[in-house]
Design a protein around this ligand. Structure first.
Ligand code: FE2
Length: 211
């Protein structure tokens, strides 16, 4: 089963309505919206240049990868897991994207190192670790991971800009390994597409105000 672009957008509209009815501060909604729409456009653009990749699947997967992100703190549950559960009966590929988008190259660190991300829920961690162990990494997985890293609230960003944004927002320092995993991901797609993928995303081409 898979969702069309229209159905995926309707799901986002539902999330917006739910957040509004929960009384959340919606003044930041545009940031979330720009991030997911940019990620979707980035994924679709790259997919369209690679033989055999499904552009609609790429768009839908990237649009929905953070489907449970806005309510993560309320639920105290890693949004990759809750996103997977929300999507698994609607679109298996999109569910997989939600689950794996934070684990670059489908690699997961030991529980002790990522327990904060999992709100200390070992059962959720074990589920992701087991899923990763039993599945082969695909270009579709990697594409959503890259697209997530090339988009923020303002639209398309480079890996360095994304790193800077994250370190400012979360007060964390970005280490060499963090950057290298992302550079490797970009290099992988540069090679597949046959050019520096940054060149595909001028300000005019990317985004942002799809309503
Ligand atoms: Fe994201």
């Amino acid at each position: 089963m898979s969702l069309s672009v229209k159905e995926a957008k309707n799901l986002i509209t539902e999330i917006k309505k739910r957040d509004t009815s929960l009384g959340k501060d919606m003044s930041r909604w545009w940031m979330y919206q720009n991030h997911i729409i940019t990620a979707a456009n980035v994924a679709k653009t790259i997919a369209s240049r690679i033989k055999g990749m499904d552009t609609e699947q790429a768009y839908v997967g990237a649009l929905l990868h953070d489907i449970c992100r806005t309510n993560e703190r309320n639920e105290k549950r890693f949004h990759g897991i809750s996103g997977y559960e929300k999507l698994i009966n609607l679109d298996e590929n999109a569910a997989r994207s939600a689950l794996l988008h934070m684990f670059l190259w489908n690699k997961i660190r030991p529980f002790e190192e990522c327990k904060q991300m999992f709100f200390e829920k070992k059962k959720d961690y074990d589920f992701v670790a087991e899923y990763i162990k039993n599945t082969k990494v695909t270009d579709e997985d990697l594409l959503i991971q890259l697209a997530d890293n090339l988009s923020n609230k303002n639209g398309f960003v480079t890996i360095e800009q994304r790193a800077q944004d994250l370190s400012e927002r979360k007060g964390i320092s970005i280490d060499k390994e963090w950057l290298e995993m992302r550079y490797k991901l970009k290099a992988y797609f540069d090679k597949k597409v046959g050019c520096n993928i940054y060149n595909l995303f001028t300000k005019a081409a990317v985004l942002v105000k799809e309503r």
